[in-house]
Design a protein around this ligand. Structure first.
Ligand code: PLP
Length: 892
């Protein structure tokens, strides 16, 4: 019989066990092994059955067992210790509290997904896990973040396989009452709701759930409430499902509803209001639109409100391909704003202009969420150095006239939360080396000195640890594979072979990630004979564990999964290569530590950062990867191997040569062939020999040394603590200062100034450049006087900066690696309304050297000279460079 209604009956804990409830509801248990061990001790079998989820565990332990524990002195002592430890964690001063300077009182962090723990499955992949790690590291550092996201009734899908290897998707219902969540309530006890006005008089309501991530609250909006019509109830049904209207409603709920939920949370709890809003990828971009609305209510016009909002907003982009960016039909967006919907008092055209693709090649009928993110955030970043460069090129059209290098998008390389991703066994070994009390500083904040202590761990211990972890993985793989085959319809009697799958002594390679085509799940199958030979090598075999989910709408991805599964089903190799369905955090936490080598072979530069290799490295697993994302930045021969790429880009990530010319390889097929061959070569000639080689002590000394270097050298770099510290000092703190400087008066005057500068700019021009330098006198180190006459139209020298720009020049006289120096106003305006600027020009490098001058808008509240996308250079007025002295000069 099917129940008509489902309710969750909460356990009543005996008084002495009450602290368990708080320990279960604060997700710190997910990265704190001692707390997990306490829960396991409660009832080891039920703990396993509950999948290591304390809330489910507490709901399943029989009252008699609880009563016994309530009288167990030893258990109660452990419980008191754990509760006191959590109390210390939540209250003490941490890194953030020790910083000088006015840091923001609160920072809101918006993301469409959060991967905190498998017990709260609200993520699809790297973006969500990164968001989870960001909150956890912020908590460890004491940074006052508030996370904001959506609660999806089905989360992302669970994956299984059909008999012939086709991906099957399941969408189990998640009951919020069974999750580690509590509803946000008004003072009178009623659950808080936020509302959005929809076209046609409809309304979208959502309740607000709160998860506690250590010190950081996470608010999740849920549209599955009785007051909503069926359509609106389904808005938060699943992650990345549905058509574009569905997605737009999700994103409006996340951004606009999210701000409303945040305001309610601060009002109810007395939490300070955020001074900085961080938009993790474009999906949450409507948060800026909502804040413009709030300011409009307070009397600011759109332009002034935009300035105030921009100042306190940080936008992080994660998408290195234009095709991957979130875009909507502008008409669809228009229907959801204006008199009949949200923001009735704002001109819809103003909203549309935020997301319009106003650059060459842009589509005016589209509303682009990344473009809106960049327009609503005064500060923006990519997620690795290489991705920063790629993003600057990709979005350069929004700052016309500026070289890609000057596009105001910086980079903060992602990191991973060590306490979550380091196996407890590795944490213990590191703690032993560093001294027990040092691990917090070491893992949380990335104290580099402590990581040096890893150097002292004896070979024997490291190798034993690696073996132990590999052994655990082998056991895990067999049990998962067994379950998968049962699901695929095999009878237990057919599955005896699984007991011999993988070998705890064989070099183990891991490959697990989502399956978009750029990640090339099946590159390893490019030459099946070669792969088979590697797997079955008589002395130096390798074994491979593969996992990954294809997006439910991506049949191409599902075909790749099937191709791989079919290969792994072959009885010749099935003991050496396996595909495990349902990749997620729980599997990942076993997989990374158990592998010896972590493989990553994306099409460079499409992996914005990649984080699984970082998690592997924290467990002493070596990386074997294309030089993309983080690996491009931190690769060293001691940490693993670089798969050479045939991507036609130079080492800096710029396209090599002009428009396809000079590109190393254009043909994707050939590129795959070359890169796969390089992968096989590395495995066969470098990696397997090193793993199996034994030194005089019977250990693979050189391998162990690489493990040690990886832990000690990469460990402190790849930490989410390092990442969050960078966000705080480089982005949040400046954004908070900018936000504070822009009170309503200042916001109005900045908006007015920008509009005046924009209007006046067509008449700003470089009129004349003179330098006391000629080709014959060009000597390294010589300083010459530069004198420039400029026209400023209705602007004054206070409104602009006139700069000399110098650098090396390429064959087409373009200045590369440019440096700019401000020139000083010397006199003006003359009778022809020109101003004279002067300054020294130092020839600071030999060889082809060029200089030019330019004029930029200048205002103390701009974060970058490129911010307005306005620039005047010699020759602008006529549209072609003026002859002779009026232009930039090249010395050869
Ligand atoms: C880390 C992680 C990812 C992201 O890995 P990438 O290397 O960035 O592709 C995806 N899924 C899970 C479960 C993870 O733990």
């Amino acid at each position: 019989m099917k129940a008509i209604r489902r309710i969750t009956v909460r356990p009543v804990l005996p008084e002495p066990l009450r602290p368990l409830s708080r320990l279960a509801r604060n997700l710190r248990w997910s990265w704190h092994p001692p707390t997990r061990e306490l829960f396991a001790a409660l009832d080891p079998d039920r703990w396993a059955a509950a999948g290591g989820d304390p809330v489910r565990l507490l709901g399943s332990v029989p009252p008699a067992r609880l009563a016994r524990l309530a009288a167990d002195e030893q258990f109660l002592r452990r419980l008191a210790d754990a509760a006191a430890d959590l109390g210390d964690y939540l209250e003490g001063d941490r890194w953030y509290q020790q910083q000088t300077g006015d840091l923001p009182a609160a920072i809101a962090y918006f993301s469409p997904e959060f991967g905190i723990t498998a017990a709260l499955p609200q993520y699809s992949g790297g973006l969500g896990i990164l968001a989870g790690d960001h909150l956890k590291a912020a908590s460890d550092l004491g940074a006052p973040l508030i996370g904001v996201g959506l609660l999806y009734r089905h989360g992302y899908f669970r994956q299984s396989l059909s008999h012939d290897g086709w991906q099957q998707e399941h969408y189990p219902v998640l009951d919020p009452h069974e999750l580690p969540l509590s509803p946000l309530r008004e003072d009178d006890g009623t659950p808080t709701q936020v509302r959005l006005a929809l076209p046609g008089g409809r309304e979208l309501r959502a309740r607000v759930w709160r998860a506690q991530v250590g010190r950081v609250p996470l608010l999740l909006l849920d549209s599955d409430v009785e007051e909503n019509d069926a359509r609106e109830r389904d808005v938060t049904d699943r992650l990345y499902g549905g058509g574009s209207e569905h997605r737009l409603l999700q994103e409006m709920l996340l951004g606009m509803g999210g701000v409303r939920a945040l305001r309610a949370y601060c009002r109810i709890t007395g939490h300070p209001d955020p001074e900085v809003f961080h938009t993790n990828e474009g999906h949450a971009g409507f948060l800026g639109v909502e804040r413009i609305r709030e300011l409009a209510v307070q009397g600011l016009d759109f332009d002034a409100a935009l300035e105030a909002v921009r100042a306190g907003t940080v936008f992080t982009t994660h998408t290195p391909v234009p095709a991957g960016i979130d875009r909507f039909d502008a008409d669809l967006v228009a229907r959801h704003f204006g008199p009949d919907a949200e923001l009735p008092d704002v001109d819809v055209e103003r909203v549309l202009r935020l997301g319009r693709e106003t650059y060459p090649g842009g589509d005016q009928a589209r509303f682009n969420m990344a473009v809106m993110g960049l327009r609503l955030g005064q500060r923006a970043n990519g997620v690795s150095l290489l991705h920063g460069r790629v993003s600057r090129e990709m979005f350069a059209g929004l700052w016309p006239g500026f070289d890609a290098d000057e596009v105001p998008i910086t980079a903060v390389t992602n990191g991973v939360h060590a306490p979550t991703w380091m196996a407890p066994e590795v944490q213990r070994l590191a703690a032993r080396a560093a001294g027990e009390r040092c691990t917090e500083a070491m893992l949380g904040a990335g104290d580099t000195d402590r990581w040096d202590t890893v150097a002292g761990i004896p070979d024997q211990d490291l190798w034993q640890l690696r073996g132990e972890l590999r052994g655990q993985l082998v056991a895990e793989v067999r049990s998962r594979l067994h379950a998968s085959w049962r699901q695929r319809g095999a009878a237990p009697a057919e599955l005896g072979w699984i007991d011999a799958v993988l070998d705890p002594g064989v070099l183990t390679i891991g490959f697990a990630r989502r399956v978009p085509s750029y990640k090339r799940l099946t590159l390893m199958l490019r030459d099946r004979e070669r792969l088979t030979a590697l797997l079955l090598h008589p002395e130096r075999p390798v074994q491979i564990v593969v996992a990954g989910k294809a997006h439910p709408a991506d049949d191409g991805g599902k075909r790749l999964v099937q191709e791989l599964v079919r290969f792994t089903d072959d009885p010749r190799v099935r003991h050496r290569i396996v595909f495990l369905p349902d990749y997620g955090m729980r599997m990942a936490q076993r997989l990374y530590p158990g592998c010896d080598v972590w493989l990553n072979n994306p099409l460079r530069p499409l992996e914005a950062c990649g984080t699984s290799g970082m998690k592997a490295a924290l467990n002493g697993c070596l990386n074997l990867s294309v030089l993309d994302g983080w690996w491009d930045e931190w690769y060293e021969a001691d940490f693993g191997w670089a798969i050479p790429t045939a991507d036609g880009r130079d080492a800096a990530g710029h396209p090599a040569g002009e428009a396809g010319q000079g590109r190393a390889v254009l043909d994707e097929e050939r590129r795959d062939d070359l890169e796969a061959a390089a992968l096989y070569d590395l495995l066969e000639q470098r990696i397997a020999p090193r793993f199996y080689e034994r030194g005089p002590d019977g250990l693979p000394d050189r391998w162990i040394e690489m493990v040690r270097r990886t832990l000690g050298g990469l460990g402190p770099k790849v930490l989410a603590g390092r990442m969050v510290r960078e966000y705080v000092t480089r982005l949040y703190a400046p954004a908070a200062h900018a936000h504070r400087a822009l009170d309503p008066g200042a916001a109005r005057s900045l908006a007015a100034w920008k509009s005046r500068v924009r209007a006046a700019w067509p008449r700003v021009a470089v009129d004349h450049v003179e330098a006391s330098v000629a080709a014959s006198t060009a000597e390294l180190g010589a300083t010459h006087a530069l004198r420039v006459r400029v026209r400023l139209g209705d602007l004054s020298p206070d409104d602009v900066e006139v700069q000399a720009v110098t650098g090396r020049v390429d064959t087409e006289d373009r200045i590369t690696d440019a440096a700019s120096f401000p020139l000083k106003p010397a006199s003006g305006p003359d009778l022809e309304d020109r101003w004279t600027y002067e300054g020294p020009l130092t020839l600071d490098r030999t060889g082809p050297f060029g200089y030019t001058v330019r004029i930029l808008p200048s205002h103390p509240l701009l974060a970058s000279g490129a911010e307005l996308g306005l620039l005047a250079v010699p020759g602008d007025a006529t549209g072609s460079p003026a002859a002779g002295e009026g232009t930039g000069v090249v010395l050869r």
